[in-house]
Design a protein around this ligand. Structure first.
Ligand code: K7E
Ligand code: CUA
Length: 765
């Protein structure tokens, strides 16, 4: 009897699994003793109670964090701070097969620049798709600062679907920020560069180097960005920074701040002071205000010219049409955040201890009355600070980013130099509370903080340094995400989460119940294009075809616990394309596929079809196997790619099986199978005597078990046919396969039974 079967019988016979012993161990130590042993205070216990999530528990919010230099997105739960997933975006990620199967390679290839693969990204700002300013849980966007790109992640399966390259920029920072109905996704340049892909000397910086903000059109039906319908504002060569989209009364407008409006060009080696000195001379920089709604109308009316396949609005046209304005903002700012009601805009300057609150009402009046204090060197009208400012509040040294609370007028600003969070009231202009964090906070995120109705509750502080927070692991420290309770008047630090994967610039957090990810794909699905795969293969239809394209196409399937085909024969020099479809319907039954020395590594989730194409350059033997521990016989989920030398002629002979089987072996196997069937029947009896149909998860398991039992029936027939002919070798082997299917059935049945017990299923008559 194998292990899973032992488990089956043990449960059927009503044995618990050492539960009594476990209860005793717990009761031996009291809470006081544990506190004493571990040096915990009452405050620690309270914090623990607010974050601890018992086994099987779920989180109220899901956070999507930029993975910084890893080029990925990290998903974790709040308040438990448990990491749930890394999503491969700009960087290959082997666990998901991302960048190893043909389908996802095609997504990464969209991100090539001048034909060159760029296999990393410096991700900064994730943003959710929105409907009427509320997160709708459908898509996530994220940018790559180093190579101006944006990616689209579909939240129905948490996979990256699209990467677009900005045709004008050579660097960016201010993306992704969405407009209230995801009409557009904003992306702003950072380091100015010529739009043309050619050399321009720095002496021509003022004339030929440019900043920009792109409004990427999002096609909600297709779930993709549409470069054809996107437009870009040409901007002066000020280093544009972050952006945010207006909402409510400021709907239709976008805000983008900047630093180094001095237009200083460094050059230490030429004896010039470095960038940092030249870029921080003036007391103010410029907040750019752009009217995207009117720009979209001009585009629709055919009044905007295309350049490099995308609409480009030159500065003079933008000024003439009243689409672009500047407002002085605090020196070297690093965040622009529009209030949930769209009436105020908060900007903080890293080199100014104040946060500046602008009034949209005032800005709008100045624009309407054409009340400007002058123009910048590019002819863009400048609205005077006093005509736009609501108030300035001293919040601490080095303020960066601001998040809005559920309570009206209450905000939280990250204070980089002072390493703290300042809670303040932007309506009244006063500080309410301050909390020290560890150390040098960058962004911070409140629950649903960018939506029109933030939830407050928790704040996560994304710190630039971890210093002494964790066990030392060498000079490169993990990142530190600190969870803060903001439900009361006083902020309370609850938890430190180390994250060893790239600097987190920004995180967005959404109510978990807004997400409805699938557990399986429709059978034969290409998940990257979200269409039926042309290589979809059904059970029993597996084949190897030498195509007209000169490629050996292997149409295969995977299901517990075998890969079909198990033997693939090709000739040296042939190109091989292996297409595998996962036939499973059961939840979490992913199979992997790794092949020796060909850089082939696939992840095949239930229903998915993926492909791997490579050239079999040298003759040899190449084992392959499943990399997910998918079942008891997972290690046997294997096969061989045989690459034969050119002109190889097979010698006569049969495969010599290592073991010979007799009638006695056959009878023994059949007896085991009959016993196993009895166990299955009793599990089935348990399930059907309960209201299992009320549990969709269990219904899916039962469907899958029924499939497996069907396969068992087929194998049983084959074994009986061979037995009737006296071929006990094949009869015993097929009886073994029949048993394999039974074990899988029992395994599924047992999962269903456990689920019913844990979810309080009721007995039915
Ligand atoms: Cu690191 Cu928004 Cu790029 Cu601030 S960013 S910290
Ligand atoms: Cu499939 Cu292991």
């Amino acid at each position: 009897m194998n292990n899973s079967l032992k488990r089956v019988s043990a449960l059927v016979m009503g044995f618990g699994i050492g539960l009594g012993a476990a209860t005793n161990a717990w009761s031996q130590s009291s809470l006081e003793e544990v506190m004493k042993d571990r040096g915990l205070t009452q405050k620690d216990l309270l914090a623990a109670a607010k974050t601890y999530t018992p086994t099987g528990g779920r989180d109220e919010y899901l956070a999507f964090s930029s993975g910084g230099q890893s080029g990925q997105v990290i998903v974790y739960g709040i308040p438990s701070m448990r990491i749930l997933k890394y999503i491969g975006v700009f960087t290959p990620e082997p666990w998901q097969g991302y960048g190893f199967d043909d389908e996802s390679k095609a997504v990464l290839a969209q991100g090539r620049i001048h034909g060159k693969d760029i296999n990393f990204g410096d991700t900064h700002h994730p943003a959710f798709s929105e409907t009427k300013g509320e997160y709708n849980g459908r898509y996530l966007f994220i940018n790559d600062k180093a190579n101006p790109r944006l990616a689209v992640i579909d939240l129905h399966d948490f996979e990256t679907k699209q990467i677009v390259v900005n045709p004008f920029m050579k660097s960016e920072h201010g993306g992704a920020f969405v407009t209230p109905n995801t009409e557009y996704v904003m992306e702003a340049a950072q380091y100015a560069a010529p739009f043309a892909d050619e050399f321009v000397p720095l002496e021509e910086f003022n004339e030929k180097y440019r900043g920009a903000v792109t409004y990427w059109k999002f096609d909600d039906k297709k779930g993709r960005l549409d470069p054809e319908m996107s437009f870009t504002f040409e901007l002066p060569p000020y280093s544009q920074d972050l952006s945010d989209a207006g909402k409510g009364p400021s709907m239709g407008w976008g805000f983008t701040n900047s630093f180094c409006s001095e237009r200083y060009v460094g050059g230490i080696e030429r004896g010039r002071p470095p960038f940092e000195a030249g870029c921080s001379q003036k007391d103010t920089d410029f907040l750019h205000v752009t009217n995207w709604k009117k720009a979209a109308e001009l585009v629709a009316a055919g009044k905007v010219k295309k350049s490099k396949g995308s609409y480009m609005i030159p500065m003079d046209q933008a000024v003439k049409e009243g689409l672009l304005y500047l407002i002085p903002e605090p020196k070297s700012p690093h965040g622009v955040d529009v209030s949930p009601d769209g009436t105020h805009i908060i900007v903080s300057g890293k080199l100014d201890s104040h946060a500046w609150v602008y009034s949209w009402d005032k800005i709008q009046k100045a624009i309407k009355n054409k009340k400007f204090e002058g123009k910048d060197p590019y002819g863009i009208p400048i609205i005077a600070m006093k005509d736009a400012l609501h108030t300035q509040v001293q919040v601490g040294l080095g303020p960066l980013h601001t998040q809005y609370d559920a309570k009206k007028c209450v905000v939280y600003t990250s204070i980089y130099v002072d390493s703290m969070v300042t809670k303040w009231d932007y309506c009244e202009g006063k500080v309410l509370d301050q909390l020290h964090i560890h150390y040098n906070i960058g962004h911070l995120v409140a629950m649903e903080g960018d939506s029109v109705s933030p939830d407050g509750k928790y704040l996560v502080s994304l710190n630039k340094l971890a210093i002494d927070r964790f066990n030392p692991v060498g000079p490169l420290h993990p990142q530190n995400h600190q969870l803060i309770d903001i439900s009361g008047d006083k902020m309370q630090l609850l938890y430190d989460m180390p994250l060893p994967l790239g600097e987190p610039h920004y995180v967005v957090a959404i109510k978990a119940d807004k997400l409805k990810p699938v557990v399986r794909y429709k059978s034969g699905w290409d998940s990257r294009t979200d269409t039926k795969s042309p290589y979809k293969t059904r059970a029993g239809r597996e084949k190897v075809v030498r195509g007209e394209d000169g490629v050996v196409h292997v149409y295969g399937t995977v299901i517990r616990s075998h890969i079909t085909p198990e033997i693939i024969e090709v000739e040296e020099g042939e190109t091989v394309s292996i297409h595998l479809t996962n036939l499973e319907r059961a939840e979490d039954e992913t199979h992997g596929f790794a092949l020796y020395s060909q850089n082939v590594n696939l992840s095949i989730e239930p229903g998915k079809t993926v492909s791997a194409t490579f050239k079999a350059e040298r003759a040899g033997v190449f084992p392959y196997y499943c990399t997910e521990f998918c079942s008891a016989l997972h290690l046997e989920m294997q096969g061989y790619l045989l690459v034969k030398p050119k002109g190889y002629v097979a010698k006569a002979g049969k495969i010599q099986e290592g073991t010979k089987y007799t009638q006695a072996d056959y009878d023994k196997q059949v007896k085991t199978n009959v016993d196993t069937q009895a166990v299955i029947n009793s599990v089935v009896g348990f399930i059907t005597s309960h209201n299992y149909k009320d549990f969709p998860e269990v219904v899916a398991l039962v469907e899958d078990a029924t499939d497996q039992l069907g396969f068992a029936e087929e194998a049983k027939k084959k074994s009986e046919t061979f037995a009737s002919k006296g071929d006990y070798q094949n009869a015993t082997l097929w009886a073994g396969q029949w048993w394999q299917y039974q074990v899988k059935t029992a395994d599924l049945g047992l999962r269903a039974k456990t689920f019913l017990e844990e979810h309080g299923a009721k007995k039915v008559k």
